[in-house]
Design a protein around this ligand. Structure first.
Ligand SMILES: *Cc1c(COP(=O)(O)O)cnc(C)c1O
Length: 493
């Protein structure tokens, strides 16, 4: 598999690179990223052959089919990390709600959100590559609450990798904050900042462009990589469960091989949806990929009108914070794939300069051939959490947005799969409010209350967070971030 630059080349980066290079250095010319040149198709025989394969067997076969430059031994150890999920034999359970509706539970990993699906194997592979090349890497991440815990968990004590993670103090749930500040390892640094997620993200951006910071990194012999979904090393692992879910439905006799399904994906940075898009490109029978958003409904507008417009929007804080995103980084991979690097670069420039771009009618048609979209407000989301709970199933506020899209009349005769991206335990206060009409004063109280009402035990990894010592107490001003991170790097762990 060859990767190329989504916005064409200005000569500052290699135009065609291998998977491992794209993983180590994800940023390309003109501010673009690396994306596959093409996707090798799968055929019906491949699906038939893997009907009874385990998640790991299927994943290894797909990765080998994609042809990436990572040793099979390394890939196998990376996939072995799924053994840590709740059920090693079935890391991604696909649950039947009724004959038209299935939920693919992507949150059974160590940090209880779908980020583990990709970050678990990604962490091992990045560390292996860094060791092979005898290089030191720094992962800098700003998190709204799910990426941070999953990145810290996967890189903890991994050789040749250090992680500095910024989170907005007060901007995450208690559980998310504790997942980060209790991660104690010499190669991890977690910093709370005064401000919201946008402040954390812009602090990170100014750090990346600080001459002093970059000079010091060079002197220390440390390179930067990224663990967010601009890194294709994450996207590739988000392609695998698409095939798994499809085959799970065949095994459950909900569909015949070859039947099409409709996917409903709670979306933010569009990484999960992009995995589905590539699976569709490879030939998996997907009728539509439905993008569910919250009140930050820029993707809904884009898909329904062809206009991506940031110019009149401010970010709204919602009860599904992992979807509080306006500029979805992975949309450009779809534009690149459909319309080529020159047109993608033009559209991305318009977005930068004017805050908006409009696809022409023919382009828009190509988008709606595969994507559909709707959004769900916080109030609607809480209603869905309550309704679905009354029918015997508990969902988190992100997953809840998909009950809006899948109940649209348009999809009522289809076989629908909702991707559940987080366990309710990460957002217990919202869930407690939805099903018990409580206003809990802490996540701990909410966990207890929901657990009692629903008769579901709080998993050990969440329950014990409240007793773990705080390893990272610091909450600082934005201006102090650079010196704080340099101090951590210079301490030479
Ligand atoms: C990250 C995240 C999302 C959004 O996924 P994208 O790949 O960024 O679109 C949705 N729900 C939860 C719970 C998440 O953690």
């Amino acid at each position: 598999m060859i990767f190329t630059e989504t916005r064409g080349s200005d000569g500052t980066h290699d135009n065609r690179v291998s998977f491992s290079s794209a993983l180590l250095s994800p940023i390309a010319s003109f501010g673009g990223i690396y994306s596959p040149e093409s996707m090798p198709p799968i055929d019906a025989a491949f699906l038939r052959r893997h009907l009874q394969s385990s998640y790991k067997e299927l994943s290894l076969a797909l990765l080998q089919h994609l042809g990436i430059d990572i040793d099979t031994k390394v890939l196998s150890s990376a996939l072995d990390l799924y053994d840590k999920f709740d059920d090693a034999a079935d890391p991604v359970p696909v649950v039947r709600l009724d004959e038209h509706l299935f939920v693919s539970e992507l949150y059974h990993g160590p940090t209880r959100a779908f980020k583990d699906m990709a970050l678990q194997p990604f962490g091992l592979i990045l560390s292996e590559l860094a060791q092979q090349r005898e290089q030191q890497y720094l992962i800098l991440t700003a998190t709204s609450g799910d990426t941070g815990p999953a990145a810290l968990e996967t890189f903890r004590n991994r050789p040749n990798i250090r992680v500095a993670c910024l989170y907005p103090d007060g901007g995450t749930s208690d559980v998310q904050r504790l997942q980060m500040v209790t991660e104690d390892a010499p190669n991890l640094k977690v910093i709370g900042i005064h401000g919201n997620f946008d402040d954390a993200q812009s602090a990170l951006k100014s750090l990346l462009s600080s001459p002093n910071f970059n000079r010091r990194l060079e002197q220390l012999g440390i390179s930067l990589s990224a663990a967010n979904s601009v890194n294709f090393g994450r996207i590739i692992f988000q392609m695998l469960y698409q095939f798994h879910c499809y085959l799970a439905l065949v095994r459950q006799r909900a569909i015949e091989p070859g039947d099409e399904v409709v996917l409903h994906i709670p979306s933010g940075n569009f990484g999960n949806a992009l995995g589905a898009y590539y699976a569709h490109r490879m030939g998996l029978p997907i009728a539509k990929i439905v993008i569910a958003s919250n009140a930050n409904n820029v993707l809904t507008e884009w898909i329904n009108s062809g206009c991506y417009d940031l110019s009149k929007r401010d970010l709204i804080a919602t009860t599904s914070p992992a979807m509080d995103i306006l500029k979805s980084s992975n949309v450009e991979r779809v534009l690149f794939d459909l319309f080529g690097p020159a047109r993608n670069r033009e559209l991305m420039q318009q977005l930068d300069v004017d805050g908006r771009y409009q696809l022409d009618q023919h382009e828009h048609q190509q988008i709606t051939n595969i994507f559909a979209a709707d959004f769900c407000t916080d109030e609607e989301g809480e209603q869905y959490i309550r309704q679905v709970f009354e029918q015997g199933y508990l969902v988190d506020p992100h997953t809840a947005t998909c009950f809006k899209t899948c109940r649209s009349a348009r999809f009522k005769d289809e076989v629908n799969i909702i991707y559940s991206t987080a366990e309710w335990t990460k957002f217990a206060a919202v869930v407690d409010n939805a099903i018990n009409a409580n206003q809990p004063d802490s996540d701990q109280a909410a966990l207890q209350s929901v657990s009692t009402t629903a008769g579901i035990e709080v998993p050990e990894v969440i329950a014990r967070l409240f007793d773990k010592p705080i390893a990272h107490p610091d909450i600082i001003e934005k201006q102090a971030i650079e010196s704080e991170i340099l101090k951590f790097l210079e301490s030479g762990n």
